[in-house]
Design a protein. Structure first.
Length: 261
């Protein structure tokens, strides 16, 4: 085994042990170094290093009784981020289901995650052709309507950082120039929605609109997608109207108020 691979194994082991520390504290409430070491089956010095690393990230904290550790406020921050996503899905799903029924196409909910659009939920319409299940998958931001809507919540500099310098061409119509992408994202901000035809896959059309929180931030994207042959200009207009209305209703349920209306 090489030194590099050995270090990798050690890192993974440390991660597993750190997770185990959090589980122990969640179960016990408060623990000292000795108890944590016993629970993990490691030396006290190892347990102390793990607790110190977690404390530096606010994931654990020392209680008033020094030497005792408990879960820290960092856990609440992480849990809050997860709860926010669950809130979006919970509020959006009934309306998204109705939208899918009306348009007889697939409706997706996506969020920005690690430089991509992460699909959280999907509601299938009654179309003849079954749709690919995107839930849990990450797709490129520059080649999708959801992605462009999510980018519309960022500044130009943030967009450049997120997408990088080279944009992959998935089809002949994929936008591969960052400057052109910035122009399209700006148009999304003006229009309040994005339309993408054949950019991720030839034959796939999608329209998307932003979901806002109470502060007006773009926290997610709601989209309708299906085969391009079913999306003529008239169908796209209908889809956009109903999609935008649905997205605004979901945003309203999340506390957003459209001050431009």
């Amino acid at each position: 085994m090489s030194a590099t691979s050995g270090a990798g194994v050690g890192t993974v082991q440390s991660v597993h042990r750190a997770v185990r520390v959090l589980e122990v504290l969640a179960h016990e409430g408060e623990c000292g170094v000795t108890q944590v070491a016993a629970e993990l089956g490691v030396h006290k010095s190892t347990a102390f290093r793990l607790l110190a690393a977690l404390e530096a990230g606010d994931l654990v904290e020392q209680s008033a009784e020094r030497g005792k550790y408990r879960l820290g406020v960092g856990i609440l921050r992480l849990a809050g981020a997860t709860t926010a996503r669950l809130d979006v899905v919970q509020e959006a799903r009934p309306l998204a289901r109705e939208l899918a029924r009306q348009l007889e196409e697939t409706v997706n909910i996506a969020v920005l995650h690690d430089g991509a659009a992460l699909y959280l939920d999907q509601l299938a319409g009654a179309s003849v052709l079954p749709s690919h299940n995107w839930v849990g998958q990450r797709i490129p931001l520059h080649a999708t309507s959801n992605g462009k809507v999510l980018l519309s919540g960022l500044s130009a500099e943030q967009i450049r950082q997120v997408v990088g310098g080279r944009l992959r061409a998935y089809t002949p119509t994929t936008v591969t120039n960052v400057r052109q992408l910035l122009k399209e994202v700006e148009q999304v901000r003006v229009d309040g929605y994005a339309v993408v035809v054949d950019e991720l896959e030839v034959g796939l059309t999608a329209v998307a609109a932003p979901l806002h929180n109470a502060h007006g931030d773009v926290i997610a994207s709601l989209s309708v997608s299906g085969p391009s042959f079913r999306f003529d200009p008239g169908s796209i207009d209908v889809a956009v109207d109903r999609l935008v209305a649905t997205a605004q209703e979901v945003s309203s349920r999340l506390g957003w108020r459209d001050r431009t209306a």
